[in-house]
Ligand binder design. Structure first.
Ligand code: NAP
Length: 246
């Protein structure tokens, strides 16, 4: 399905990003597995892809850093001559109640989760425009759609991702570039592992499908938006949340 396509997945050393990388590679794409600090885990993801018969390479970059993102995109173009799929998945949480949230916690989450998407899109877009093709998929969140107590920074960043997605779609769609967002609900990863059982039960009670999400639930949605099956879809936010946002 993605034969000869080149993909970059940010934050792919674990969790949702790792599963997205494996899924895209499993469908034929060459996948750049981006990480910031977790080199050995990114290498493990690459090993797994290669053992399964796919092709991938780990690539370090802090997505919050504008110039580093330029270096990462330039290296991909220098090596492969193209970039077809950009999945902006890297994300962090620094949860706190608004009254206690530090300026640093607010800025850190905005820098990684929102500006990180801008940085990669900004640098990739000049190549995508020349190619006259490309699929950009940004990871938003149910928190960006509904808000969430204790996540003012995270919800603001994820709502910002929705606005960014729609603006990019309006600017680039006439040149054959699709830009969409996915808004996951509660997905079982290390990011959500710290939640207490009580908080998890309360969250599951809000999910019509009655269960938490798996990383494969999100990877399937990314695969759809990365493939030509979604060529007529742009500027949309696809909720993958078991119905939480209904
Ligand atoms: P995770 O398990 O904590 O993994 C986060 C990934 O992002 C790691 O690979 C991490 O790599 C990378 N990362 C963090 N900061 C980075 C930076 N500055 N530059 C490059 N990479 C960076 O998170 P997850 O649960 O898989 O979440 C993935 C995405 O889905 C995030 O955007 C998250 O907000 C979103 N999401 C998750 C859920 C959920 O329930 N899990 C729900 C809604 C949305 P390093 O360790 O190398 O930094």
């Amino acid at each position: 399905m993605l034969k000869d396509k080149v993909a970059l997945v940010t934050g792919a050393s674990r969790g949702i990003g790792a599963e997205v990388a494996k899924t895209l590679a499993g469908h034929g794409a060459f996948v750049y597995v981006n990480y910031n600090g977790s080199k050995s885990r990114a290498d493990e993801v690459v090993d797994e892809i290669v053992k399964a018969g796919g092709a991938a390479e780990a690539i370090q970059c802090d997505v919050a850093d504008f110039d580093s993102c330029k270096e990462m995109i330039d290296k991909i173009i220098a090596d492969k001559g193209r970039l077809d799929i950009l999945v902006n998945n890297a994300g962090i949480t620094r949860d706190d109640l608004l009254m206690k949230m530090s300026e640093e916690a607010f800025d850190a989450v905005i820098s990684t989760n929102l500006k990180g998407c801008f940085n990669t899109i900004r640098h990739a877009s000049r190549y995508l425009l020349k190619q006259r093709s490309g699929k950009i998929i940004n990871m938003s969140s149910v928190s960006g759609v509904m808000g969430n107590a204790g996540q003012a920074n995270y919800s603001a960043a994820k709502a910002g991702v929705v606005g960014l997605t729609k603006s990019v779609a309006k600017e680039l769609s006439s040149r054959g570039i699709n830009c969409n967002a996915i808004a996951p609900g509660f997905i079982e990863t290390e990011m959500t592992a710290a939640m207490t059982d009580k908080a998890k039960e309360a969250t599951i009670a809000m999910i019509p499908l009655g269960r938490t999400g798996k990383v494969s639930d999100i990877a399937g949605a990314v695969l759809f938006l990365a493939s030509d099956m979604s060529d007529y879809i742009t500027g949309q936010v696809l909720s993958v949340d078991g119905g939480m946002c209904i």
